[in-house]
Ligand binder design. Structure first.
Ligand SMILES: [Zn+2]
Length: 98
């Protein structure tokens, strides 16, 4: 019988997937930069932009895509839509059932 551990196993991302996330990041940064006006910037846009830029700075690090709390890999599908995520679905309190 296999040893069971209480973590949901998520495959760590490979090079190809990392490049994909990198592209998502740069296009989202691009889009938000264009949407954000210099005169009257939307605070929500600015915050997201900041998070995206910090993700861009971290993307080449070995541990990018790992949860800051539990070190489990963050689901690639989550990173595809929100590449700035730092926590896995479990630690961020997100549950797909609710
Ligand atoms: Zn976690």
């Amino acid at each position: 019988m296999k040893h069971l551990h209480n973590r949901i196993y998520v495959k760590p991302m490979n090079k190809h997937e990392k490049n994909e996330i990198k592209n998502v990041l740069s296009s989202q940064i691009d889009m938000l930069t264009k949407q954000t006006s210099d005169i009257d910037p939307d605070p929500a846009h600015l915050l997201r932009l900041e998070l995206l830029c910090s993700a861009m700075n971290r993307i080449d690090a070995e541990n990018f895509g790992e949860c800051f709390i539990c070190d489990s890999p963050i689901a690639i599908d989550l990173l595809r839509t929100s590449p700035e995520k730092k926590l896995c679905s479990k630690c961020s309190g997100y549950s797909p059932e609710t």
